[in-house]
Design a protein around this ligand. Sequence first.
Ligand code: DOR
Ligand code: ZN
Length: 419
Amino acid sequence: MGILFSQVKLARPEQNRCWDVLIIGREIVAIAPQLQAEGQLVIPGNGRLLVPGFVDLHCHLREPGFENKETIASGTRAAAKGGFTTVCAMPNTAPPPDTPERLHAIAERIAKSAVIPVKLVAAATIGRAGREATDAGALKAAGAVALSDDGSGIQDRTVLSAVLSRCAAAGLPYFSHCEDESLSAGGIFHDSWPIAAETTALARELSVVKETGAAYHLCHTSSGESVSLLEEAKSLGLAVTAEVTPHHLVLATEDIPDWTGLYKVNPPLRPRAEVEALIAGLNREIIDCIATDHAPHTAAEKALPADEAPFGFSGLEVAFAALYTKLVKKGRLRMERLLSALCREPRRMLGQYCPELGLKPGDPADLTLLDLDKTQVVTAESLVSQGKNTPFIGHILTGWPQLTMVNGEIIWSDKEFGR
Ligand code: DOR
Ligand code: ZN
């Protein structure tokens, strides 16, 4: 049996032609200009692009505790629809996974209801309260891939130092939400939330990285000054990596049409000059990868007055189309760099096998089929995430995932996709 993708393009810039790709079991077994179908399910590629599945280092699945916003089932369906074949779930749930028992309880829910693999980020401090470091070694043994208090930053340098020392000893990376609350307190948008809230915390944290030797990953980088600090840290040989979100790469303060809760995100959208610095940082590989920070909330919550609405955007389903339309098609980002930031760098950071973008026999059948010519308007109804809170609603975007395969199994395919 098996599955045959017929006449797909591969991300091999030097070979602009179509290929047949044969999947048997969990892997790619053959790639050739033409393969004879022998009882396989044939998926007509018609020149669409087949790439390694996207991996998201940062999303919020909200379970347990906030199932009104999202569930593991709805969030992983949204991820599959967005072309993701693995996601990392952040620990700002209720309760947060701050002990091996709590982490196991989430892993059990995942085993029951996730449609794609989910890796777990455990809490860095007990109760995510920022006062006492969790047991990094025990959490790693229980399956955590990183520690983080995402949603808030650790304010106390002594606590951060304990967290990073334990991470270093356990061999776990720390995913940092960098926010100095003495500077961001009461802030909603950029005008009331200075960039210094990020950079002050980042400079302090990098000094702790230097002392502890921990592997440190900056979440949702939002400013040019942070890119400079990252560049300096990398030049010193520190084990520092960084992500940027699609929304911080594509939307600037100047693009906000009305100052409503819908546009509220942490860290806030920044002025155009910062967006340009983030794009440059991604192009220069100072910023390693793109992560969605998918943060679903209910429509009622996001409709509250701006000072009461929660922070965050639903991001998994529109990530690729937003980036392809607004950056690649405009010549601001090379396609190869976009794909490596979505497919390769996150795998590398998780210590997973990292396939070449152009794929080869023996690679795992974790794949995404992209239609780079398809144009669609983003509507709330089109989203399978429970969170409809994306500022891209109403945007006309080009370049959509059409089919997502995990372990050789088709997990999701577009309704209109002819097969
Ligand atoms: O906008 C955000 N929403 N930023 C965060 O850091 C947390 C997230 C959430 O959990 O809603
Ligand atoms: Zn987050």
